[in-house]
Design a protein around this ligand. Structure first.
Ligand code: ADP
Ligand code: MG
Length: 370
């Protein structure tokens, strides 16, 4: 068992509040990702879990026991950093075994443990090399080996892949996910990369300025973001935000969506479910959150989703699909269509809008309201 429970954690450096009233539970065997832009407090929170930084206010429990004053060595936690921090003069084998050496494991025990970890990470052939003779990806594997060999209860990762090139990062991501499936250990993983967060996490905690904005599964974060910050942080290209007016047409509740067709302004009406939160708000402005894939081609007119026709200003093929730049409520917006149906820039195109998955945000509070 290895659970982490943080209650009302706060932390300041001087007069700067870095963590504000953070409460977070990590379940046994869970892969939790802390996601947020640089400087939001992710590493500070991770260091607090590891015991490298003292907690000013609040409680941290490991397996139910308060560990606020427990030394990092006695927390049974291993950490992997972005900088590999390998000992340059030691071989890979000794780098991995060093922690065990310090803990007075016998030579035979160390050898067996290193062999097992090396096989798991596929670095058996590198054991006699020095770190300078390794590629970035190989060094990162050795750094992970050093964490794994101790068989800790909890693994903490602080942006471990940030120094690798894009292709290698993708490969290592897959390996870390496999590793988690094999070990079933509790892992907390810090990143600013939303793709890493989405692909790795059982649950994501999104942080901003020392405050957790939302905790949820990748799907929950993606489809029901708590606010515009979360909505804009996850997804590439990001969600389109369109300021629109709530309205009622022929007894149907919905929003008025201004667009441009053949150079002329045109207004479309998008019917929406009238929820309790939205009832009686006709005439007021809200922000429509439309992911690019919710605006797509309606080539055969088969979809029952509402349709709009508008000018396409720019076309961006990405391979698997093509992004069409259109203009909604005066702002640029991106639609995601199949390359088969993409038009030429300057032409107009018919799009269907998946209103079932639309998000509505309050323009002032930026919170999700429907
Ligand atoms: N030891 C420290 N002394 C003073 N300020 C710090 C210290 N460590 C971090 N900070 C500040 O705290 C904020 C959060 O830092 P950090 O947790 O490293 O963010 P992240 O890992 O999300 O990029 C930053 O503004 C950073 O400058
Ligand atoms: Mg950091």
């Amino acid at each position: 068992m290895a659970t982490i429970s943080i209650e009302h954690a706060s932390k300041s450096f001087g007069s700067t509040e870095v963590l504000r009233d953070i409460s977070l539970d990590v379940k046994d065997g869970e892969f939790l990702v802390l996601l947020g832009s640089s400087g939001c407090g992710k590493s500070t929170l991770l260091n607090i879990i590891a015991g490298l930084d003292p907690l000013a206010d609040g409680t941290i429990r490991l397996d139910g026991e308060v560990v606020n004053d427990v030394h990092p060595k006695n927390r049974d936690i291993a950490m992997v950093f972005q900088s590999y921090a390998l000992y340059p003069n030691m071989t890979v084998e000794r780098n991995i075994a060093f922690g065990l050496e310090m803990r007075k494991y016998s030579k035979a025990e160390r050898k067996a443990a290193v062999r097992e970890v090396a096989s798991l990470l596929q670095i058996e052939h590198l054991l006699s090399r020095k770190p300078s003779q390794l590629s970035g990806g190989q060094r990162q594997r050795v750094a992970m080996g050093r964490a794994l060999v101790r068989r800790p209860k909890i693994f903490l990762f602080d942006e471990p892949l940030s120094n690798l090139d894009a292709k290698l990062r993708g490969e290592m991501r897959t390996e870390i996910k496999k590793l988690h499936q094999t070990l079933k250990a509790t892992m907390v993983y810090v990143t600013h990369d939303q793709i890493e967060a989405m692909t790795l996490a059982d649950r994501i905690a999104i942080m901003r300025d020392g405050v957790i904005q939302q905790i949820g599964t990748p799907q929950q974060i993606y489809s029901t973001p708590a606010n515009m910050y979360v909505a804009g942080f996850v997804g590439a290209p990001p969600m389109n935000f369109v300021e629109v007016e709530l309205a009622r047409r022929k007894d149907q509740f919905g929003v008025i969506l201004p667009a441009v067709l053949k150079g002329q302004p045109i207004e479309y009406f998008l019917p929406l479910q009238e929820t309790e939160q939205l009832a009686g708000r006709e005439g007021s402005k809200v922000v429509l959150g439309l992911r690019p894939e919710m605006i797509t081609h309606n080539a055969f007119g088969q979809s029952s989703a509402p349709e709009i026709e508008c000018d396409v200003e720019l076309v961006e093929p990405t391979g698997a699909d093509t992004l069409c730049l259109i203009r909604l409520a005066g702002q640029p917006a991106k639609a995601r269509v199949s390359p088969l149906f993409a038009c030429e820039p300057g032409e107009s195109m018919r799009f269907s809008i998946d209103t079932s998955r639309i998000c509505l945000f309050d323009g002032k509070t930026k919170q999700l309201i429907g």
